[in-house]
Design a protein around this ligand. Structure first.
Ligand SMILES: N[C@@H](CCC(=O)N[C@@H](CS)C(=O)NCC(=O)O)C(=O)O
Length: 212
């Protein structure tokens, strides 16, 4: 059984969507980052960077923070959603692109454009421009493909699951998906998946189990 410590944000949803896709046995615990729960000393023991999400896997004794690492761990543990051979490295390459580019830059757009509009014209322009550049990169990657990684039209993988929750906030980013038709089609294709719809709502049921 896995304990997932999370909140309804893009990084949290990356892991809850993967756990739902895997049909894994897990319990979600809410770490309300709007109330600074990520700074609680008990949470710090499993997430030294004070960011959600984090997991404790009671089957293996592994506990982890950082979504890129958690997604690779879960994909390997279940032998699913991480391609083999050359495509494995493409999956990791684009997962790192999400971790180092798409996520952090869109996070800055949320901060400056959505929540603090008008405070820094420079930051709004810089991160909005960077967001459009990254959507362009993703749109080119998805040309002629259904999913980001794999032969022919590609196969759904953790790389898609890592990028999708960030794109799902395109309205906050003032992005018109009509300008990026390959991203739009990919976004809608993944949005139809029942596991994605379930994972998006986590943590719906808040538990009071203490962090081990
Ligand atoms: N690189 C980290 C980023 C995690 C992260 O930034 N989580 C955000 C929510 S999306 C958070 O915990 N924010 C709380 C805060 O900023 O104090 C990961 O991928 O796990």
């Amino acid at each position: 059984m896995i304990d997932l410590y999370t909140w309804t944000t893009p990084n949290g949803r990356k892991v809850s969507i993967l756990l739902e896709e895997l049909g894994a046995d897990y319990t979600a615990h809410a770490v309300d980052i709007t109330k600074d729960a990520q700074f609680a000393p008990d949470f710090l023991k499993i997430a030294p960077n004070n960011r959600i999400p984090a997991i404790v896997d009671h089957d293996t004794g592994v506990q982890m923070m950082e979504t890129g690492a958690i997604m690779l761990y879960l994909a390997e543990k279940h032998d699913r959603f991480l391609p083999k051979g050359k495509d494995r490295w493409a999956a990791i390459e684009w997962l790192m692109w999400q971790m180092g580019g798409l996520g952090p830059m869109l996070g800055q757009v949320h901060h400056f454009v959505k929540y603090n509009a008008g405070k820094s014209a420079y930051a709004e322009e810089r991160y909005s421009k960077e967001a459009r550049r990254l959507y362009g990169v993703l749109d080119r990657r998805l040309a002629g493909r259904d999913y980001m990684i794999g032969e022919d039209r590609g196969a759904y993988s953790i790389t898609d699951m890592a990028c999708w929750p960030w794109v799902s906030r395109f309205e906050w980013q003032e992005i018109d998906l009509g300008d990026f038709p390959n991203v739009r089609d990919w976004y809608l294709r993944i949005a139809e998946r029942p596991a994605v719809q379930r994972g998006y709502q986590v943590p719906k049921y808040v538990t009071d189990v203490p962090i081990p």
